[in-house]
Ligand binder design. Structure first.
Ligand SMILES: [Cu+2]
Length: 207
């Protein structure tokens, strides 16, 4: 099992408005552009309003398995040619990188193999590196994860073709294989080699 050090990307760059501060010494020639407010970063995320008419929304309620108190919410959207996954969860192992995946079956039990690592790159489990260790989000000292990752469907489709020898031509073909309506999501204890699950929930289509 490989463990490659990745810098976890910041999800948001906080852009502060360029506030025009009025001082007694201001020159009357201060350019108007200095008072323009920068557009918020989220407006440039893939799938911004108007960039695509069709979108898929999913939610998952992560309920704890017996003996665990790890709970959370997952929001997934497929829009504008991108897959985006957001997870907000607590009760996880403090300070640890938490393995989390989309798993193959629609039900949490019996256990099914992971399909997509919910890591920094939304990689295909077992066929794209690293998919382990530091690639996963790190829980805070309070055991909280607030995770977001985005990957283009074109990139994911190319990875799928490389990994499985397919020749998927369109995002629709990829989405048919991903079959997000019939999957579940787990988070795990960071304990190799078994990585016991701490919570689980089935994916529910919202729209
Ligand atoms: Cu898993």
């Amino acid at each position: 099992m490989t463990s490659r050090s990745l810098l976890y990307p910041m999800s948001f760059a906080l852009l502060l408005p360029a506030a025009a501060i009025s001082c007694a010494g201001d020159s009357p020639t201060t350019p108007e552009s200095a008072q323009l407010v920068a557009a918020p970063e989220f407006a440039r995320m893939p799938g911004e309003p108007g960039s695509a008419s069709s979108r898929l929304f999913y939610k998952v309620k992560l309920a704890p398995v017996p003996g665990s108190d790890a709970r959370g919410m997952v929001h997934i959207d497929v829009v504008g040619g991108y897959l985006r996954v957001r997870i907000h969860a607590n009760g996880l192992e403090a300070g640890q990188h938490i393995p989390q995946h989309i798993h193959a079956s629609s039900a949490c039990s019996p256990a099914s193999p992971p399909v997509i690592n919910l890591d920094a790159g939304l990689t295909l489990t077992g066929v794209e590196a690293p998919g382990t260790g530091l690639a996963f989000p790190q829980a805070s000292e309070d055991g909280i994860i607030n995770y977001e990752a985005t990957r283009s469907l074109a990139d994911l489709r190319a990875a799928w073709n490389t990994a499985f020898g397919t020749s998927l031509q369109t995002d629709a073909e990829l989405l048919a294989l991903l079959d997000l309506d019939d999957r579940n999501i787990h988070e795990h204890l960071p304990l190799a080699p078994t990585f016991p699950p701490v919570n689980c929930g089935p994916m529910e289509r919202v729209n």
